[in-house]
Design a binder for this molecule. Structure first.
Ligand code: AMP
Ligand code: MG
Length: 331
């Protein structure tokens, strides 16, 4: 990694990454309230700002290079903060380079295809960052908790030892590997919320009128399956954190910490991709200089040959002088 800023992010997030082939037990292994020893939101403000500005810088390079794509997968139980994380982490980037897709209960058309089809159709193009708000992992989460959602043919094939889930993990791992080999980086963030913090956030959605729309009876019903979801999350993390597409478990009880950590993982991924601005061939460079000469020849009487360059030159000495002037004014 060529950028020394990377180390600050690595320190924060390296231990949030799930090593491949480990058996994860969420409640035992990851603390939803973790905050890296920081006492307050204020302690992480610099890193959040750095993250947002580096995301903007690297997104610009990613778009200019147009060779790689970044797929960000966000999972988490209701009220874990998926929408807020997207809003904050992406606050500084050019909207033209980003797409966000939310996945709900599959439509009839989606059901008529294999379970990965709708996600494949929603992938970002090269040069783009694509965010999946819920993702193909719903098919081993909500569907695992409610196997009645499976299409008939899968339900019949499931068998007594639930081989179906192992096959789905394998299909997902292979698909992500295929994407990786085709120039995509797959970043997977699991927002890890505690049951008590979910209770608080649900109550807030009920107590504040302007938040009522965010609450649904279905959310409360799913809360009743808390332990089943924790089990499905643990199994997902155990089976689908791979060398090519590892999971990061983001402590989500504090929104500010979750946003810093999520931003840090994205920055790290982009640093690893290390997209470069295209450089011109000698021929292209010569063509550019020919065009420049033509534009200079068009200068009307009295105008600078190259007004842009003239402005730049006028500004440089002014900028160099400014600090001295400020000191003089302060005396
Ligand atoms: P929300 O993200 O709160 O708008 O809710 C979307 C709902 O769609 C959640 O309850 C998800 O569990 C559900 N959902 C998403 N993907 C699937 C899927 N593949 N199968 C069944 N339900 C899904
Ligand atoms: Mg919901």
């Amino acid at each position: 990694m060529p950028d020394s800023r990377a180390e600050r992010f690595a320190d924060l997030i390296d231990h949030l990454r799930v090593p491949p082939d480990t058996k994860v037990k969420l409640a035992r292994d990851y603390d939803p309230g973790y905050k890296a020893g920081w006492a307050r939101k204020r302690d992480g403000r610099d890193l959040l700002k750095l993250g947002v500005s580096m995301l903007a810088e690297y997104q610009d390079r990613l778009a200019a290079e147009a060779a790689h794509g970044l797929l960000v997968v966000l999972q988490g139980i209701d009220a874990a903060g998926k929408d807020g994380t997207i809003r904050h982490v992406m606050s500084g980037v050019n909207p033209q380079g980003v797409s966000v897709r939310s996945f709900k209960v599959p439509s009839d058309e989606e059901r008529r295809h294999d379970f990965l089809w709708r996600y494949q159709c929603a992938l970002p193009g090269r040069g783009q960052i694509g965010l999946f708000n819920r993702s193909h992992y719903e098919d081993v989460l909500v569907v695992r908790v409610h196997p009645e959602l499976l299409p008939d043919r899968d339900r019949h094939k499931r068998g007594p030892d639930e081989h179906l889930w192992a096959r789905r993990y394998e299909a997902i791992n292979s698909w992500e590997r295929h994407l990786t080999e085709n120039g995509y980086k797959v970043v997977k963030l699991f927002l890890n919320l505690s049951k008590e913090e979910q209770r608080t956030r649900f109550l807030k959605r009920i107590d504040l009128e302007e938040k009522n729309w965010k609450f649904s009876a279905a959310d409360a019903r799913e809360r009743g399956h808390w332990d089943d979801y924790q089990h499905a999350f643990s199994a997902m993390l155990s089976h689908t954190s791979t060398e090519w597409a590892p999971w990061h478990v983001i402590p989500a009880d504090r929104k500010w910490f979750a946003r810093i950590a999520a931003g840090a993982v994205l920055v790290q991924a982009l640093l690893q991709l290390d997209p470069q601005y295209p450089t011109l061939s000698d021929e292209d460079e010569r063509a550019l200089q020919d065009e420049r000469a033509k534009l200079i020849a068009e200068a009307p009487p009295g105008a600078a040959d190259d007004p842009f360059q003239a402005d730049q030159e006028a500004e440089e000495p002014r900028e160099a002088k400014e600090p001295q002037e400020a000191t003089a004014a302060g005396d």
